[in-house]
Structures are given as structure tokens and as C-alpha cells.
Design a protein around this ligand. Structure first.
Ligand code: SF4
Ligand code: SF4
Ligand code: SF4
Length: 228
């Protein structure tokens, strides 16, 4: 008698399906995380941290924006003892939003590329501005700015980084950004494969190179304005 084997078919580019129980647990953990998407936990965002906790790879005390309240919520959910925040991941700060000094901004777009929730508006060579209601205070836009014109501004009366409503908005905006980036990556990959090249052979320029290029471009524009 012939035996039939069922293989799990993996569609190219998609991860094998996780058991429903596990998906449910990840969603429950993600639901109590503050969603600043700041990466201080050591993962690419809140959802990847939730996945690492669910897999048993990460501790529950690695999220500074969530603070003590967040750790208590995770401990209760997972029925584990409370652990103090691990200071190696940072400290809990009051709510703050980014503010761009528009006089100094050279319109290089590097902050836009770094913002996990698309909270910055602007175009190449034009000054940029932060939509403060959408800003999670993650500070990821600060290091790439070549002219250091972004400051964090504390919101008076707000002890915690995110409330529940803000977290829900940030979760959705981050997911939308990830979907958009994935789509752009697929489109770029298609363009490259049409040209018989692969993405693997293309190098992403380092932040230092991007900064240098941005400054050089801005200086060239100033020079052109002076001479023109
Ligand atoms: S808020 Fe930051 S530290 Fe906390 S889980 Fe999200 S990305 Fe990690
Ligand atoms: S504007 Fe800056 S601080 Fe605010 S969410 Fe975007 S990257 Fe984070
Ligand atoms: S990184 Fe700095 S200079 Fe560049 S667009 Fe953003 S705020 Fe302006």
C-alpha cells in the first residue's frame, strides 16, 4: 500500500505558520508593551520582543518605556515573579516628543528613514517637521541627524511614555510602515532581478557615509545659491 506524506509547504518569503496558541500568546504580550518601537529591549520593536519573550529567550524586564508597571503587567500575564528593570537597557523617562529646529535642518531625510512610526514630514532639500501626536519619543531620529537639530521635548504632566490609546495608534503605524518597506523591498528586488543583479550584491551605505553625503549636498546647494 502506498503511503502519502504531507509536507509543510513553505511559500517563498513567508515564515512557516506558528501554532495558534503561540500567536495568541505573542499578541497578549504585545498588547501590554508600550509600542514606542525604540529597540532598547534589544529587539527590532515591541512585537519582536514579544516574540522573544514567548519563545523564552528574553526576560520580562528589558523595556524601559514600559517601566515597572509594564513589568508587573507582563509578570501577571505570564504568571512569573516581578523583576526590577534591567538598567543595561536604559531608564524609564517621562513622555517626550522630538522637535526639529527648522532653521538648522538641511532636509536630508535621514530622520524620516529612521522613524519607526512615520511621524516626520518633509521632502528632500526641504525642512522637516515632526507630527507630535504621532511621535512615540523613541529617539531613533537623533543619531542620524548630521546637523544635530532634533531635540527631545518633555510633555509636562506625563510620567509614562505611552498611554493605551497612543500605543494602539503607534502599533498600527509601525505595522503600516513595515508593510510599506516590505513592498518597496520587493519592488526593488524585482527591478534588480530584471537587470540580472541581486540585492545581495548591493551594499547599504553606512550612516557616516550618508551623513557626509547629506552635508556635501547641502553645502553644494548653499554654494549654488551664492553663485547663482
Ligand atoms: S517600547 Fe522599546 S524597549 Fe519596550 S518593547 Fe517596545 S521596542 Fe522594546
Ligand atoms: S520623530 Fe523621532 S522620536 Fe518621534 S517617533 Fe519618530 S524617530 Fe521616534
Ligand atoms: S536628519 Fe536632521 S537635517 Fe536631516 S532632515 Fe532630519 S532634521 Fe533635517
Amino acid at each position: 500500500m502506498q503511503t502519502h506524506r504531507h509536507h509543510m509547504i513553505e511559500v517563498e518569503g513567508t515564515a512557516p505558520e506558528l501554532p495558534e496558541r503561540f500567536v495568541d500568546l505573542i499578541a497578549k504580550i504585545d498588547a501590554v508593551l508600550p509600542q514606542t518601537q525604540c529597540r532598547q529591549c534589544g529587539y527590532e520593536g515591541c512585537k519582536p520582543y514579544a516574540e522573544a519573550i514567548a519563545r523564552g529567550e528574553a526576560n520580562i524586564n528589558q523595556c524601559p518605556p514600559g517601566g515597572e508597571a509594564g513589568i508587573h503587567a507582563l509578570a501577571k500575564l505570564l504568571q512569573r515573579p516581578f523583576q526590577a528593570l534591567n538598567p543595561a537597557h536604559g531608564i524609564t523617562k517621562p513622555k517626550a516628543v522630538a522637535l526639529i529646529d527648522e532653521e538648522t535642518c538641511i532636509g536630508c531625510t535621514l530622520c524620516i528613514q529612521a522613524c519607526p512610526v512615520d511621524a516626520i514630514l518633509g521632502a528632500s532639500k526641504l525642512m522637516h517637521t515632526v507630527i507630535s501626536q504621532e511621535c512615540t519619543g523613541c529617539e531613533l531620529c537623533l543619531p542620524p541627524c548630521p546637523v544635530d537639530c532634533i531635540q527631545m521635548q518633555t510633555i509636562p504632566g506625563r510620567a509614562t511614555a505611552m498611554n493605551e490609546a497612543e500605543a494602539a495608534v503607534a502599533r498600527q503605524r509601525h505595522q503600516q510602515r513595515l508593510s510599506r518597506l516590505a513592498l518597496e523591498k520587493r519592488e526593488t528586488a524585482q527591478t534588480y532581478s530584471k537587470r540580472n543583479q541581486t540585492l545581495a550584491t548591493t551594499e547599504t551605505p553606512s550612516t557616516e557615509v550618508l551623513k557626509k553625503n547629506a552635508i556635501a549636498a547641502a553645502m553644494a546647494r548653499v554654494k549654488a545659491q551664492k553663485t547663482g
